[in-house]
Each structure stands twice: as structure tokens, then as C-alpha cells.
Design a protein around this ligand. Structure first.
Ligand SMILES: [Zn+2]
Ligand SMILES: [Zn+2]
Length: 348
């Protein structure tokens, strides 16, 4: 049985435009009960060079970097190698490169890349102009951010509802964009592409208000990625590598834990004497593959094949057998609200 560890990804600090020190991020993550956080300051790995990566009591801090070219799509880079040659430290150059060149650079240096906020965003009234990713044929990225808290929240934001959105942020969370999910389902039919979550947390004080726009402690209770590991996330040197590998291989799921902590949610399959987990590719199945879904809470569980609902039920489990090839993944809803989105099991 795999072990479930939860964490938050895509977090900005004062190393770029987050205006919050890493020590405060750590404190908030510990208070929210997270097992790990992945920092992603813009175009810099400096927090890594400054020694923030590693264990802080029971919290594992992983320093990633958001390569954010000025006029192109953005990507999260994870690199578990030591920064011996300073190749990434202060990666200001990424600002002026194309996203394709950034991706090639990260991959050729042995890093892992995830496309973040892949559809981009345009909100002229709030001076937000983010370019969408466009090079979907490129097979250098390991995964994409399928659900981002800030980008979900901002989707229907207007000047007229700003106060309401500010007061009730979590009520605005609608789930991963259907257009993005369908793009992901399409990519999965060609190759394995992991789906991860992000917060895109930027700590901002607003003039004349007591409460900042999203405290990190509140954000850390919302959308998380749960990684599934074979061994304990012990305080070892391999911990960073195992969490990064689980992201890269899609051995993880994304959940809106504010509704209920999804720890223990499980989607696996077996065929013959082999068991397959999220992110696994299955080749040449013997007759049939049997899917099993288990939920720690009552939910509406949907098994999808190539993006279409294949089987669904209300409860804490779902079992289904199939002889068809396809990309199988699970969505779960709680009282009509989006809760869990798993990575697929690919039957080739
Ligand atoms: Zn970005
Ligand atoms: Zn960001």
C-alpha cells in the first residue's frame, strides 16, 4: 500500500514578488499540517543556494523555480541536482527567452518542467496578462498544472464583484478548467503527462484593509497535491527526490482539501498478478483490467476514459472492469463541488 503525503506547490516568496520571507511560508505550512511545500520564485533558485531546501522539523521544503519569460508561457522547473556550477542561480536570463528555449534549457540541465497556468489569463482591469502555453507538441515537459487556486479564483473576477470575491474566496473555486482537462486528456493519449496543482500564492497587502489578500496559512488548506510513496517520507536525503519523482511520474492526485482532507483517496488497478497506480502505463493487458477507487469520505466518484464518463457512483468506493485501451482517471465531487482529480492509469 502506498503512503499519502500532502503538499502545496507554486508559492512565491520575497525572493521574487511574494513579499513574504521563506521562514513565514514554513511556519504557515507547518500550521496547516502540510508534509511538503514547493517554492517557485520567478527566475531564481536563490532560496536553494541560501540553504532553505530540506527539512524544517516535519516539513520538507523543495525549491523549484518559475521560469517566466515576459511575453510567453511560464513553467515550473524542479531540479534535484546540487547547484554546483551556479547554472540556475539568478536565472534572470529566462525573462528574455522564449518559453520553448526556457524548457529546452531546463531539460538539458537535467531538470523537470511543468507548464503552469497553461491557458494563460487576460484581465486588463487588474493588469494581468499571462500568455498561454502553445507548444503542445513539445515532449520535454513532464506535466502541467491542472488546477491552480489563484487562476480558478480570478476567472470570474470583475471590479463589480471584487469585494465579494475578497470576502469569500473559497466559494469562487470551481475546479479545473474543462478546456484544460480536455487538453490534458488529449495529451495523455499520446504520452504520459502528469497533472499537478498550484496555488500561485503571492502575499499582497491591500491598502486600508486588515486582512491581506490570502494569507498563506489559509491558502495551504485549500488545493493540494497528494503524492503516493512506497516508503516513508523519512528525514532522508532521498525525500526531495521521491517527492519530485512522484510529481514527474504522476503518482499523485490533486484535491481541494478545504472540503475534506482527501488523504487516503486511492485509485489503482490490477490485471493478472500486477497492480498499477496513478501515473502507471499498462501495456498488453491480459483480458481485462480491474479498477478500484476508494475514498475516505462520501463523494460522487466518476471514472473517466479519454475524458468521457465511463462509470460513476455515489459512495466511498467504485469498482469497474474494462478490456478497452484508454486514459483512465478519476474525479470526485463533494456536494456538487470539485474535490479530487487523480492522475490517469494509461492502458495502451
Ligand atoms: Zn506565472
Ligand atoms: Zn507564479
Amino acid at each position: 500500500m502506498l503512503k499519502d503525503y500532502k503538499g502545496a506547490c507554486h508559492i512565491h516568496t520575497e525572493y521574487s514578488d511574494g513579499s513574504i520571507p521563506v521562514s513565514d511560508v514554513i511556519k504557515s505550512a507547518q500550521d496547516a499540517g502540510l508534509d511538503f511545500v514547493i517554492l517557485s520564485d520567478h527566475n531564481t533558485f536563490l532560496p536553494k543556494q541560501d540553504g532553505w531546501e530540506g527539512w524544517h522539523d516535519d516539513l520538507l521544503v523543495i525549491v523549484g523555480m518559475e521560469a517566466s519569460p515576459r511575453r510567453d508561457g511560464h513553467l515550473l522547473a524542479l531540479d534535484t541536482q546540487p547547484l554546483t556550477d551556479n547554472r540556475y542561480v539568478n536565472s534572470e536570463k529566462y525573462k528574455y527567452m522564449t518559453s520553448k528555449d526556457c524548457l529546452d534549457d531546463v531539460v538539458s540541465n537535467g531538470g523537470t518542467a511543468f507548464i503552469v497556468h497553461p491557458l494563460g489569463k487576460r484581465k486588463i482591469s487588474f493588469s494581468i496578462i499571462l500568455q498561454a502555453w502553445h507548444d503542445w507538441e513539445h515532449n520535454g515537459f513532464a506535466g502541467i498544472e491542472i488546477w491552480s487556486y489563484m487562476h480558478d479564483w480570478i476567472d470570474d473576477l470583475k471590479l463589480s464583484n471584487l469585494w465579494h470575491f475578497y470576502r469569500n474566496p473559497n466559494m469562487q473555486i470551481k475546479g479545473p478548467d474543462p478546456e484544460l482537462l480536455s487538453l490534458w486528456d488529449g495529451l495523455g493519449q499520446k504520452r504520459r503527462v502528469a497533472g499537478i496543482s498550484g496555488l500561485d500564492a503571492h502575499y499582497r497587502k491591500i491598502p486600508f484593509t486588515k486582512k491581506p489578500f490570502f494569507t498563506y496559512e489559509e491558502l495551504f488548506k485549500t488545493i493540494r497535491t497528494h503524492v503516493l510513496l512506497e516508503s516513508d517520507l523519512a528525514k532522508s536525503d532521498e525525500a526531495i527526490q521521491s517527492v519530485c519523482d512522484a510529481h514527474k511520474e504522476g503518482r499523485c492526485y490533486v484535491s481541494f482539501d478545504l472540503l475534506a482532507d482527501a488523504t487516503g483517496f486511492n485509485f489503482f488497478a490490477y490485471s493478472g498478478d500486477r497492480t498499477y497506480y496513478m501515473g502507471d502505463e499498462v501495456f498488453n493487458i491480459e483480458k481485462k483490467i480491474h479498477f478500484r477507487i476508494k475514498s475516505p469520505h462520501l463523494a460522487k466518484i466518476k471514472l473517466l476514459r479519454n475524458g468521457k464518463i465511463y462509470s460513476e457512483s455515489e459512495g466511498t468506493s467504485l469498482e469497474f472492469s474494462s478490456a478497452e485501451k484508454g486514459v483512465y482517471r478519476v474525479e470526485a465531487y463533494m456536494e456538487g463541488r470539485p474535490w479530487v482529480f487523480t492522475n490517469p492509469i494509461y492502458v495502451r
